[in-house]
Write a protein that binds this ligand. Structure first.
Ligand code: AMP
Ligand code: MG
Length: 519
């Protein structure tokens, strides 16, 4: 394998836990603990992302080497790697949870590619760390497939996200009680190598504020700005203010994209919020099939539905508020924090209007347009209309003679389709009038809408089908799913089935409509 150049600033510039190894402990006064991946029995490469490999200046020949699976299964280190697990805390489901940390993620190092870009390589499922609490540090194949394919799919959809280099099966079994109902099962284990410029989370700052470690809080803030936001300029005070503003702005952009493509994260705890505004920690996430703003994929969230689709912008706001609270002792003033919170609101409003306008093929979304949009959302919810299919089909609507027949595939329930037919036709007529006002040529409008409305999203049942095959030793469907998701805005002849609405069998099936945190 072509060697990587490492520049491990996180371990070099921030204080280390003096103790090494995976012994469970509270780690004070340090940002990380040195710990190596625990070797696995038989690492086997199942899939990789050619695009992410290229970001590391690697080609197919590097990936084909036996050493590749060994390194990314956790059995071998490359020269320059300095593995560690980060210390962070977080608010889980609205409550402060204390120290959490990388319980099964281990960063290998920060690679610098030929273009000078910094890419942190992190294994997920690499074995116990000081932060594993009562768990085993491992990950099962099903959740690893879900993280690997979905993070790449999100990237190709244009959603800010961490990336994934590869998926390695470990040759070991992992025991999980998937629905916490006293039925533990042995499942195949796997390791995903995630890649991002930084894996720092809101929780890395929160834990320091909670412990009153103002010294380290200041250091971590300055480190993060210097390493991950080098473009921010000004004196120390101004840089911090601009930095928090930028975190708020990016978080708003990320969530508005989630709403555009119908992605529901499922566990928006503050330890799962990236300081770079990237979608991170793919667990019990889900995709909207029938448009339902009240839907949460996470069974652990079923009672309060805190992380339901339509609530995500408000939760992002709440999470930023927790970050602001944590930063306050270091900032010593509320104004820059309040300004950032305002930036979140303004950016979310701006971006969600811009994206909604693009989805509908309009130049912009004015206040006067809001009732029409709200009526559509309410109709889609009541009539159980598939979000992705509906918006994609809408780009084909003939504005001169709108016909609801083009939406036939978007309905899950014939009765509801019949009941809503009159209302849908009335809405389409009004929509056609409004769309004509912008005077955009038909083909331009169509192209614009197709660029905002994907043909393919990684529906839960598609992931589950690929998982079922992989658990039987057939990895081709995982690779095919990844390949489909590389061009989600293109019609891909012969791959229509990947654009189909959720089949009836998947409606209430584990992994398709219900997911747990057990992974
Ligand atoms: P999550 O909600 O999946 O982001 O996880 C919350 C916390 O639990 C993080 O500190 C994780 O590192 C930790 N965690 C989750 N699963 C495991 C596992 N199998 N072994 C060790 N730690 C885990
Ligand atoms: Mg997490």
């Amino acid at each position: 394998m072509r060697p990587l150049v490492f520049d491990n600033r996180f371990v070099r510039e921030l204080p280390a836990d003096p103790e090494t190894g995976p012994q469970i402990r509270q780690v004070q006064g340090a940002s990380y603990s040195r710990v190596n991946p625990t070797p696995v029995a038989a690492p086997h490469l199942i899939a990789h992302s050619a695009e992410v490999a290229a970001m590391l200046d690697w080609g197919e020949a590097d990936i084909a080497e036996p050493a590749f699976a060994e390194v990314f299964g956790g059995n071998r280190l490359l020269e320059g790697m300095e593995p560690y697990a980060a210390c962070y805390g977080g608010h889980q489901f609205g409550n402060w949870a204390g120290q959490l940390g990388d319980g099964r993620a281990i960063t290998l190092g920060e690679a610098i590619n030929a273009r000078g870009e910094r890419w942190e390589l992190q294994l997920k499922g690499a074995g116990p760390t000081p932060y594993s609490r009562r768990a085993d540090g491992r990950a099962v194949l099903r959740s690893s497939i879900r993280e690997f394919v979905c993070s790449e799919a999100m990237h190709h959809l244009g959603v800010p996200t961490t990336r994934a280099l590869c998926l390695v099966e470990t040759g070991e079994q992992v025991v999980r009680d998937m629905f916490y109902d006293g039925n533990p099962q042995a499942e195949p284990g796997a390791v995903v190598c995630r890649v991002a410029p930084s894996f720092i989370r809101f929780g890395n700052f929160e834990i320091l504020a909670a412990r009153g470690d103002l010294d380290l809080l200041n250091r971590l803030i300055d480190f993060t700005i210097a390493r991950d936001f080098p473009e921010i300029e000004g004196d120390a005070k101004a840089r911090r203010a601009r930095w928090f503003d930028e975190v708020c702005r990016r978080t708003a952009v990320m969530v508005s994209h989630w709403m555009r493509v119908g992605f529901v994260h499922g566990v928006m705890n503050t330890d799962n919020m990236s300081i770079l505004g990237l979608t991170i920690d793919y667990g019990p996430y889900g995709w909207i099939d029938n448009f339902d703003t009240g839907w949460t994929p996470n069974t652990t969230d079923a009672a309060g539905r805190r992380y339901r689709f339509g609530h995500q912008p408000r939760i992002a706001n709440w999470n930023l508020l927790q970050l602001a609270n944590a930063l306050f002792p270091a900032f010593g003033a509320t104004e820059p924090l309040q300004a950032g919170m305002n930036t979140f609101i303004e950016t979310y409003d701006f971006e969600s209007r811009r994206m909604t306008a693009a989805k509908l093929g309009w130049d912009r979304l004015a206040d006067a347009d809001l009732p029409l949009v709200e009526e559509l959302h309410s109709l889609m919810k009541r009539a159980e209309i598939d979000m992705t299919i509906f918006f994609r089909a809408l780009s084909d609507l003939d504005l001169a003679a709108p016909d609801a027949a083009i939406f036939a595939d978007a309905f899950y329930d014939e009765e509801k389709r019949a009941e809503s037919a009159v209302e849908l036709s009335a809405w389409l007529a009004r929509y056609a009038v409004r769309s004509t006002q912008d005077g955009i040529p038909t083909e331009v409008r169509r192209q614009r809408m197709r660029a905002a409305n994907p043909r393919y999203v990684m529906r839960n049942y598609l992931a589950q089908q690929a998982i079922d095959a992989a658990e039987q030793g057939d990895y081709a469907p995982v690779r095919e799913l990844l390949d489909v998701m590389r061009k989600p805005y293109d019609d891909q002849p012969g791959r229509e089935r990947y654009a189909a609405r959720r089949p009836d069998w998947a409606r209430q099936k584990a992994g398709c409509s219900m997911l747990s945190c057990s992974s």
